[in-house]
Design a protein around this ligand. Structure first.
Ligand code: FE2
Length: 291
């Protein structure tokens, strides 16, 4: 991925073999710390009745509300006693094999740069707000923490079987854009939603997207879009259930999926347990071709 050098000031930072860098925490400007504080305050307020309880509790347990951009080493010292995970700074998205290796060793690689003010509301690439605010709190939950490590181990097996696109869909529709059933409603746990106030509203309230009960094979067959809100959200029952569904070797799943075509992001199929069928109105208006 290329991007203007001024947007990510770590672009030329010396990288270790595992792609980690020095966060150089003292080099963040007052304006950058202030930007974090405003992003944090806005999202925390929005998520009080929308995020899963595990996330809200972890914000407090990890003391993420303290002022300014977190120092990843200090944050790791608070996280590690809970579940053994640490957060390590990187420049940007790392190669798949490197990413899986970090996860398999309970290290979450997080982008060190913070979005520019001009992209306060949305940016496509993961910055420190998306990675730390969106991803890290749930690593304090034991079941979620085990799931993420299992995902990393599964990544290496998927690469050897050329099933990476299928595994990536699992990550996308859970870790990034997952919903969870909570009582008679739904709550957010996906980092891509948690770190976007617009999508935090859209994913739960808008009539446009489909909301479908999580099914591993179904999710692994479903294409996704990366430049807009999701057309389908999948709903898990609990982190424990997700862990149990995904802890096993995926070899039998991959065998079943071989030769099966992909499902479009806006489609439903007869076997779906649809929770709320979407109108797809948003996508008809924005894309003109979603239906
Ligand atoms: Fe992410």
């Amino acid at each position: 991925m290329t991007r203007p050098a001024e947007k990510n000031r770590y672009a030329n930072a010396p990288r270790n073999a595992d792609y980690t860098i020095d966060q150089m925490w003292h080099s963040y400007s007052a304006a950058e710390h202030d930007r974090w504080d405003r992003l944090y305050a806005r999202s925390e307020a929005m998520l009080q009745d929308r995020a899963v309880l595990e996330f809200l509790n972890a914000l407090k347990a990890l003391d993420l509300s303290q002022s300014g951009i977190p120092d990843m080493a200090e944050l790791s010292d608070r996280l590690e006693p809970l579940t053994g995970w640490r957060v390590v700074p990187v420049v940007e998205l790392v190669p798949d094999a490197v990413f899986f290796d970090h996860l398999a060793h309970r290290r979450f690689p997080a982008g060190a740069f913070i979005r520019p003010e001009a992209e306060f509301d949305y940016l496509q690439e993961p910055d420190i707000f998306h990675d730390i605010f969106g991803h890290v709190p749930l690593l304090a939950d034991p079941a979620y923490a085990d799931f993420m490590q299992a995902y990393g181990r599964g990544g290496r097996r998927a690469m050897s079987r050329n099933m990476l696109p299928n595994l990536a869909r699992l990550y996308w529709y859970t870790v990034e854009f997952g919903l969870m059933r909570a009582g008679d409603g739904l709550k957010i746990f996906g980092a891509g939603i948690l770190s976007s106030v617009g999508e935090s509203r859209f994913a739960l309230d808008d009539p446009s997207p489909h909301r479908i009960a999580f099914d591993l094979d179904r999710v692994m067959r479903t294409d996704y879009i990366i430049d807009d809100y999701q057309q389908t959200y999948f709903v898990i029952e609990s982190f424990q259930q997700l862990l149990e569904d995904c802890y096993a070797d995926f070899t039998p799943v991959y065998d079943r999926l071989a030769g099966q075509g992909a499902i479009a992001p806006n489609a439903t199929v007869p076997s779906d347990a649809v929770i709320t069928p979407g109108t797809l109105d948003y996508f008809k208006q924005t894309k003109g071709s979603a239906a």
